[in-house]
Ligand binder design. Structure first.
Ligand code: GLN
Ligand code: ZN
Length: 781
């Protein structure tokens, strides 16, 4: 017998984002359904072939999706929400895209923005259209899934046709097939209750019955193993959910297939014995995030069961330390025997780029240190050989791996002694402003003389076609630096004149020169690299190309001062400097695994601090440090929240605290529940926080009021995801609501988020109404 290697899932978007382009063509009507289906099939076949070529013992089927794998399960189990009103004449794929993207009414074309969560592409918000299923983050990743909707009328009815067809396609390759499913309890957990008082857990028995049928059909189709993912085993689960897991797997016991129960992203902790005792044939654990539990799992997991150990990081892009991995695996091998040890990446490879080995944009030697999905498959093959035949059989590969790791560890590119020295010498109070908020507030009021309910925006203005074209031409070397600067200055001037004409109180330069709020800074900081093709699916056809943070972060020169100073030179009103905060930069990058995230955050914070101080020196006295990603960095287990929030809030304060009392620091966060972390947000001590609140009808603000949030707040008064122009009355009403819960003298008036995805006409109309709303509020105080 030999050790088995497998993958929990493979990136579905394609090496060159073939799926993205096929989908978008289909949505534009340029590719018909049959052609899209053929494109999907070709991708699946190519990906299975790669698994086979790399010597994997299974090809994994069921991880492919035209939009999202959770949405696949909605159709697989026949629980499409009734609200879509499908007549039955639509094709399954048409229904699928309707659920994923909604049906637009005339006014709706909500657009994607970069605020860390997706809002649905083209999803309709208005009553006439059918809003898409909600989208939310898949655990703590940057992948978004479509949220299933459950209520008392929800019924399940298995329709395995498409999955079984994929099984047949894969079988033609001549390798055993392992099917993968999201588990029944995870599928329920990830959904949303659409009726007051309804408990989605009550659907478990009915759903599990359909899983049972599915397992029978898969067995009949010749599938020996089914991987069932229950990542909720790594969460703090309410008691009844843990019980329901037990019940579900007892019901599935005796199915004619072998079940590999897969967990990932988080240690099992209090669910460890439960996971080991469930009546399944095997258990997969995340050897990267839960490697410390391996011994306990070995003890608890009956000897006859398969243990799949995810020793290759499926969430990050560094080459695996193969010696270390083998060290972890060998005791399992000794105890369990090779027929019961499987080796895999920690989780699906969905979260890493297809390949990074040949990406010429990443300079050597850094490129050498990276592993995309393909490189991870290669690593699996080496591990298998080493385990089965001894290290000598792969001596060359292991030596090369050691050399690569040694090169990375010793590289002067990774270590910057000045950064270490600075951190060692950092005064204990580097994260504190000179004076408490009340004193700063008084000084700032004297300095800026702003009216009550000051108006401002969140930073970006419409990124017009001309702006994008100029940036692209400059990147390609077709536009000289001087011409590019002139073009951007022209945009800045345009934005400033429009804001003055609108009567806004605190202006912004508009961010025309920025491609992306993280990339823009990463490109100018030491320690970051950028791939040309390192795309990762975010949702549907949307992909992101996260920066690669490989070394100590330092700021060789000012990043935003020239543009901001230029903008300030055009106006006598205060110009707000605009920066991305350390936690958001951290959260939206692939970060190094050779030091704690907290230390990396601190390094970024110091670089941003330098920029803040330089802006102040240049006469910019209001500076916003965006942190839309602070909440999504929260660990999956609550017990770890405090330590994360401590270092995250400290990193923010370090970035913000180098300035005088009368320099005003703003921060901005996007739509999310903040109520459970309000003390920590208050602890960030920004003078002003702007948040996305309009879609919650100001309800989100109530928490700030109840908590007596001490500093100033700008609750968003209009949704920027749609071109709809809100009326003055509407915004006045929202502001009155806001005034009921937080002190009027703390209130700012602004949109929910940046306006880069909008056009100028609706932007100007909406802002004119917003400024008028603020005026009316002043009059009525
Ligand atoms: N300043 C950024 C902008 O206006 C903030 C974006 C965000 O919150 N994601 O675009
Ligand atoms: Zn935002």
């Amino acid at each position: 017998m030999m050790t088995f290697i497998h993958t929990l899932g493979f990136p579905r978007i394609g090496e060159h984002r073939e799926l993205k382009f096929a989908l978008e063509k289909h949505w534009r009507g340029e590719l018909n359904e049959a052609e899209l289906l053929a494109a999907g099939k070709a991708l699946r076949l190519a990906h299975w072939q790669l698994q086979k070529d790399h010597g994997l013992d299974f090809v994994t089927v069921g991880d492919f999706a035209y939009y999202d794998h959770v949405a696949n399960h909605i159709q697989l189990f026949g629980c499409e929400p009734a609200r879509f009103g499908f007549s039955g004449s639509e094709s399954p794929l048409a229904r699928y895209f309707t659920m994923a993207r909604g049906v637009a009414s005339e006014a709706a074309d909500a657009s994607a923005c970069d605020c860390g969560h997706a809002h649905g592409d083209d999803a309709a918000q208005s009553a006439k259209g059918k809003p898409a299923l909600e989208m939310t983050k898949w655990f703590d990743t940057n992948y978004h899934y479509l949220v299933p909707e459950y209520d008392a009328t929800t019924r399940f009815q298995l329709d395995a046709g498409s999955l079984l067809e994929q099984v047949r396609e894969a079988q033609a390759l001549g390798k055993p097939v392992k099917a993968v499913l999201v588990g029944p309890l995870t599928l329920l957990w990830l959904g949303k209750e659409k009726a007051e008082g309804f408990d989605r857990l009550s659907l478990a028995d009915a759903l599990v019955a359909e899983y049972r049928k599915l397992l029978e059909q898969l067995a009949a189709a010749g599938v020996p193993w089914v991987q069932i993912d229950e990542p909720i085993l790594g969460l703090d689960l309410p008691g009844p959910w843990a019980l329901a897991l037990e019940r579900a797997y007892h019901t599935l016991q005796g199915s004619p297939v072998q079940i590999l129960l897969a967990t990932y992203f988080s240690p099992l902790e209090d669910h460890l014995s439960l996971a080991c005792k469930l009546p399944v044939a095997g258990l997969h654990i995340d050897g990267v995030r839960a490697g410390h539990e391996l011994t306990a799992v070995q003890d608890w997991l009956p000897e006859g069961k398969v243990l799949s150990v995810g020793v290759i990081d499926g969430r990050n892009i560094w080459r695996t330390d193969l010696d270390k991995a083998l060290e972890l695996l060998r005791p399992v091998l000794a105890r369990r025997g090779s027929e019961r040890l499987w080796v895999a990446p920690s989780c699906s490879l969905l979260h890493v780029p297809f390949t990074l080995a040949h990406d010429a944009s990443v300079p050597q030697p850094v490129r050498h240190w990276l592993a995309g999905a393909i490189e991870k498959l290669q690593e699996l093959a080496v591990l298998k050989s080493a385990l089965d035949q001894g290290d000598a059989a792969v001596a060359e590969a292991l030596a090369a791996n050691r050399a690569t790791l040694a090169e990375r560890a010793a590289s002067p590119l990774v270590k910057n002694p000045q950064v270490a020295t600075r951190i060692a010498a950092l005064p204990a109070d580097a994260d504190q402003r000179h004076s408490p908020f009340k004193q700063r507030q008084a000084r700032q009021r004297a300095a800026f003389q702003l009216p009550a309910y000051p108006t401002t925006t969140i930073g970006s203005f419409p990124q017009t076609r001309e702006i994008r074209a100029a940036r692209a031409a400059f990147k390609r070397g077709e536009l000289s630096e001087a011409d590019y600067t002139a073009a951007m200055q022209h945009e800045i001037e345009l934005a400033v004149r429009k804001q003055e004409a609108l009567g806004l109180d605190v202006l912004v330069h508009g961010e025309a020169e920025r491609n992306d709020m993280v990339e823009y800074f990463g490109e100018q900081l030491d320690g970051f690299a950028f791939s040309a093709n390192g795309w990762v699916q975010s949702y549907g056809s949307r992909c992101v190309k996260p920066p690669i943070l490989y070394g100590d972060v330092a700021r060789p020169r000012a990043m935003t001062v020239d543009w901001t100073q230029y903008a300030q030179s055009l106006t006598s009103r205060p110009m707000k400097g605009m920066l991305t905060g350390p936690i958001t930069i951290l959260q939206w990058s692939f970060v190094r695994d050779d030091q704690p995230r907290a230390l990396t955050a601190l390094q970024i914070a110091l670089a941003i601090r330098d920029e803040v101080v330089d802006l102040e020196q240049a006469g910019i006295r209001i500076i916003q440090i965006d942190e839309p990603a602070i909440r999504e960095g929260l660990p999956l287990r609550r017990a770890q929240w405090k330590s994360y929030l401590d270092w995250a809030a400290r990193a923010f304060r370090i970035s913000a605290s180098g300035v005088q009392d009368d320099t005003q620091i703003h921060t901005h966060m996007c739509y999310s529940e903040f109520n459970d972390i309000l003390p920590e947000i208050a602890g960030m001590d920004a003078d002003v926080i702007t948040i996305e609140t309009s879609r919650s009808d100001m309800e989100l603000l109530r928490g700030f009021g109840d908590f007596r949030y001490p500093n100033e707040i700008g609750p968003g008064v209009y949704d920027i995801h749609s071109p709809r122009v809100p009326s003055v009355a509407e915004m006045v009403r929202l502001l009155q609501k806001a005034r009921d819960v937080v002190p009027a003298e703390h209130l700012w008036v602004n949109p929910d988020c940046g306006l880069k995805t909008r056009g100028w006409p609706e932007t100007e109309a909406a802002l004119a109404n917003m400024v008028e709303a603020a005026r009316q509020l002043r009059d009525d105080t």
